[in-house]
Design a protein around this ligand. Sequence first.
Ligand SMILES: C[S@@+](CC[C@H](N)C(=O)[O-])C[C@H]1O[C@@H](n2cnc3c(N)ncnc32)[C@H](O)[C@@H]1O
Length: 230
Amino acid sequence: MARDEAIQREWQRLFDRFEQRLRELQPASVLDVGCGRGVLVSLLCNDGILATGVDPAATGQDPQVIKADATSLPFPDSSFEWVTLRHVPHHLVDLPGALRECIRVAREGLLMAEPWFDIGDPVQQVAERWDHWWKRQHERAGDTHKPCLSLQQLVAALPAGRYDIESEHYRHVAAIPAQSIDHLSRPLLDALPEGDPDRQEYSEIEALIRERGFTYNGTLIGTVRLQEKT
Ligand SMILES: C[S@@+](CC[C@H](N)C(=O)[O-])C[C@H]1O[C@@H](n2cnc3c(N)ncnc32)[C@H](O)[C@@H]1O
């Protein structure tokens, strides 16, 4: 499904922030784990950075994007300066197994991002509640789509080793129209049986969106510099 225009704009803002942070690290080589269609990989390659992506859903059309799972990376130890995971950890069945592999193939470290809600803000509370609802429908359909992970949860999943960790929480306040959320949710809602409690939950979320509005998730970016691998 093509992204709604308002959501695409907000997605791009978060993506740009992540790309900027990565470029500040001046990487000579990057492995983007869970790279999707390889947008980041292409941007980096265009600038002469050695970039490779892996994703289990890779189609084979782009030679720089390899079909592989994060828990079994087909590269020798320390193959890439930086390994990136952008909005991937909450999709992983085995986060510690994936991070063990990412650390194994990294020389300098990991740059990770997860969607993030500023739950001190009542509007973001609505967005987080909707996010839980939306992901629950994906999980019910058999996909792995967990609630967003905190920095503490990401750090706890790292393998034993010595790391320097920096983080930033980036948010923005652009309003997303209610119809954009409806557009995303409608197919999932329509698939629910009559009387399913998630129908009622969605009605409550819709009422809250009408009352308070809706803002897109921000992003948590964590930079994990390797001091020592064990
Ligand atoms: C929300 S998308 C993020 C895509 C891209 N990183 C971005 O920033 O737009 C999550 C991606 O994680 C990938 N993914 C899911 N499970 C994975 C796994 N076990 N190993 C590697 N990637 C995985 C999915 O195929 C999907 O492309």
